[in-house]
Design a protein. Structure first.
Lengths: 280, 183
């Protein structure tokens, strides 16, 4: 049994919260650069260049890419040969979020109750998903998720007869409905299959896979390409001002499904598809 | 499409010059207010009470900035989604609010109210909070400090960049832009 202290987890989470918010992923930077050459709208090109300039300032000055530094979504893979000592996992992660957000000048956006709406002041609690995996390590992925894209995300229990066309139509319709709201260009996570609650989680996890890395399942990879093309034909463009670059990338994750069901979920992210991970 | 340098308070004459697609650079004082602050402002109006600032001719910026680092006037400060303020906007326009800066489309009611009350809706680039903060030179809390990032602030801006989305003539840059590039 390998021992990992709660304090180590806290320090790791704090660092990841800050890194994810200051440093735009290299995959996103490369994708924005490539999209400039494909964009037809002059205003769209100007927006894409300003997003790159914004990322440069954030990186060099260690300030957040966006003022909405998100809910702190944390995926934890705990090796079953690991024993967490000197504290509880949940408390260690929340302490890391509080430390990372306060010391890193990140915005506290969490409210203690969705209806009473009082700010907790340190962006806790984190949204935590824990999975037990083989091995003696802990893998922590911090995904700060902003409200703009989250509010435009959607889930539907389709009929199996709706098939792949039904899935595509649902996703493209959600993008059209979202329009300028989630700050396009977008990174789009799509979940298909599983159960009602699981399909949303698949869509969220889809956002963690880097841009330019298609699904290893050839059918999913084909769907990713087809969806990206249809989304970019909507004309929504950078910031919804019209143009070719509505999405930078689409990732699809699937899971087996019930004979009666075809669940589909779309989790929308802005260009700042923030996620940083560490293996302890 | 024209480029204008503007300073609030805005007159009806200036607002009428601005057309969807025009770029503006704003210098002077604007007011930061988002969801919770809007609810409080409209509650004050309902109760017949005075607002924490004179809204006539002013520009409200839908922003909840990240905390300022030591020595900085403000943290990252890009726009938040405007549609959440739609329910409150016609009331504020009626009282003389002239401009709003946010991102994303507005409701039919807001667009009609802009035409009727002579107001303008601007978009700043969503997701460019670090860049936009460069145009903000000062920040002072004027009400509801307890709301944290949703506090009402007076912001001193210099050449703050925005694009006219909805003008007093009923134009909508989002609709025009998308129909142009749709395949």
């Amino acid at each position: 049994m390998r021992e990992i202290s709660a304090k180590t987890i806290t320090e790791a989470v704090a660092k990841l919260c800050q890194e994810a918010n200051y440093y735009l992923g290299e995959d996103v930077v490369k994708s924005l650069e490539e999209s400039i050459s494909k964009e037809e709208s002059p205003l769209g090109i100007s927006v894409l260049k300003q997003l790159l300039e914004n990322a440069r300032i954030a990186r060099e000055e260690a300030v957040p890419i966006c003022q909405d530094t998100g809910s702190a979504v944390v995926f934890v893979e705990v090796g079953q040969e690991v024993h967490i000592v000197d504290g509880l996992l949940r408390e260690a992660i929340d302490a890391g979020v509080a430390k990372g957000y306060i010391e890193g000048y990140l915005r506290a956006s969490m409210l203690s109750h969705p209806l009473n709406r009082k700010n907790t002041g340190n962006n806790t609690p984190a949204i935590i998903y824990t999975e037990i995996v083989p091995g003696n390590h802990i893998k922590i992925t911090v995904v700060p998720k902003g409200g703009g894209g989250e509010n435009m995300s959607s889930l539907k229990m389709l009929k199996p007869s709706d098939g792949v066309e039904g899935v595509k139509n649902f996703v493209v319709e959600a993008i059209k409905q979202a329009g300028s709201n989630p700050c396009p260009p977008l990174v789009v996570g799509v979940g298909i299959g599983g159960t009602f609650e699981q399909v949303a989680l698949l869509a969220k996890k889809a956002l963690i896979r880097p841009i330019f890395e298609h699904s290893s399942n050839p059918d999913n990879a084909k769907l990713e390409q087809e969806l990206l093309e249809r989304i970019n034909n909507t004309g929504i463009g950078p910031q919804g001002l019209g143009g070719r670059t509505t999405a930078l990338w689409v990732n699809v994750e699937t899971f087996p499904a019930h004979i009666a069901s075809l669940p589909v979920a779309i989790n929308i992210n802005c260009h700042a598809c923030r996620h940083k991970e560490v293996i302890l | 499409m024209a480029v204008y340098k503007i300073t609030p308070p805005l007159t009806e004459e200036v607002v009428s010059l601005l057309k969807a697609g025009d770029e503006v650079f704003i210098t002077g004082i604007i007011y930061a207010a988002r969801d919770a602050a809007h609810k409080k402002l409209v509650d004050l109006i309902k109760d017949g009470k005075e607002l924490p600032f004179d809204i006539k001719g002013q520009i409200v910026y839908y922003v909840g900035p990240s905390p300022a680092k030591p020595g900085q006037p403000i943290g990252s400060a890009g726009p938040t989604t405007s549609e959440r303020m739609d329910a409150y906007t016609p009331t504020l326009l009626k009282l003389g609010l002239k401009g709003m800066i946010g991102k994303g489309f507005r409701s039919k009611e807001v667009k009609e109210s802009l035409v009727k009350e002579k107001g303008v809706y601007f978009a700043a680039i969503g997701g460019a909070g670090a860049l936009l903060a460069k145009a903000i030179k000062g920040s002072r809390i004027i009400a509801y400090e307890e709301l944290g990032p949703e506090t009402i602030r007076e912001l001193i801006v210099e050449d703050f960049p925005a694009i006219v989305i909805n003008d007093v003539y009923g134009n909508d840059l989002y609709e025009e832009g998308v129909s142009k590039y749709q395949k």
